[in-house]
Ligand binder design. Structure first.
Ligand code: MLT
Length: 248
């Protein structure tokens, strides 16, 4: 299996993802919000690239069926129902709703990768489920770390490293891409004090300073939600576990 890693998400092209399994990672916080929303009974999450797209999609939906969620500068967008805090996406709020999600980096990275053969969302919350799917699919793999406005983020890189470590059963193959090697090496460096390393990351400290420290602690939890967000027909739905049908 050929494995490629992008340490930031903005320059991914259609050719980079075609025919591959693609995992988009935005630990803080878009991935964690999407995983949580679907775990808590949301019907679907529609990731969008910008305000315009969010507005157009909302206009064509029955207002009782959807919620607009998202952030700019970490805070809820004016006029939206929800921000980008996974803790807001509780079962009573999201049950049976379609969430239109608009975030600064994570949903844009998803939008850029939409032509992948299999497009899934990963974070610490569902890392185990992600590795299971990658193995099942058996295709070449691209991991896209959303990063932050074209900058590498430690949280996404460490999550990519964790996924690779598990996928490779702890043995780095002889020839890997530089970015895959960097992600794995960073993970090996930090894994014994992973939560602490993550708390010290730029984005975690920034969110904590803005009052979102509880989100950071939540997003750092490992394997607590065995839920796989899977992209089909312009939306992410909870993967049902039937690969053969969707591959045909
Ligand atoms: C993003 O998409 O850039 C993030 O999820 C930002 C955030 O922490 O809300």
């Amino acid at each position: 299996m050929n494995v490629d890693v992008f340490l930031t998400g903005s320059h991914v092209t259609e050719e980079d993802v075609e025919g591959r399994t693609v995992v988009v990672i935005d630990v803080l916080r878009a991935s964690s919000t999407i995983i949580t929303a679907l775990a808590n009974g949301a019907r679907a999450v529609i990731p969008v690239a910008d305000m315009d797209q969010a507005g157009k999609i909302a206009m064509n939906l029955d207002p009782s069926t959807y919620l607009l969620g998202g952030e700019r500068d970490g805070d809820r967008i004016d006029g939206y129902h929800l921000g980008n805090s996974p803790l807001e996406y509780t079962p009573d709020v999201v049950h049976d709703k379609t969430i239109i999600l608009n975030t600064s980096n994570g949903t844009r990275a998803l939008w850029n990768a939409r032509e992948a053969r299999h497009l899934i969302v990963g974070g610490f919350l569902n890392a185990d489920r992600v590795v299971q799917f990658i193995r099942e699919a058996g295709l070449d793999l691209t991991i896209i770390c959303a990063g932050n406005h074209d900058r590498v983020t430690l949280d996404d890189t460490l999550c990519a490293g964790l996924i690779l470590h598990r996928l490779w059963n702890g043995q780095e193959p002889e020839q890997v891409s530089d970015a895959a090697h960097i992600a794995l090496t960073q993970y090996l460096h930090d894994r014994d004090a992973l939560a602490e390393a993550l708390r010290q990351s730029n984005h975690a400290r920034w969110l904590t300073a803005k009052g979102y420290g509880a989100d950071v602690e939540y997003c750092l939890q490992l394997d607590i939600l065995p839920v796989l967000p899977y992209y089909q027909e312009n939306r992410l739905v909870r993967w049902s576990g039937r690969l053969a049908e969707s591959s045909s």
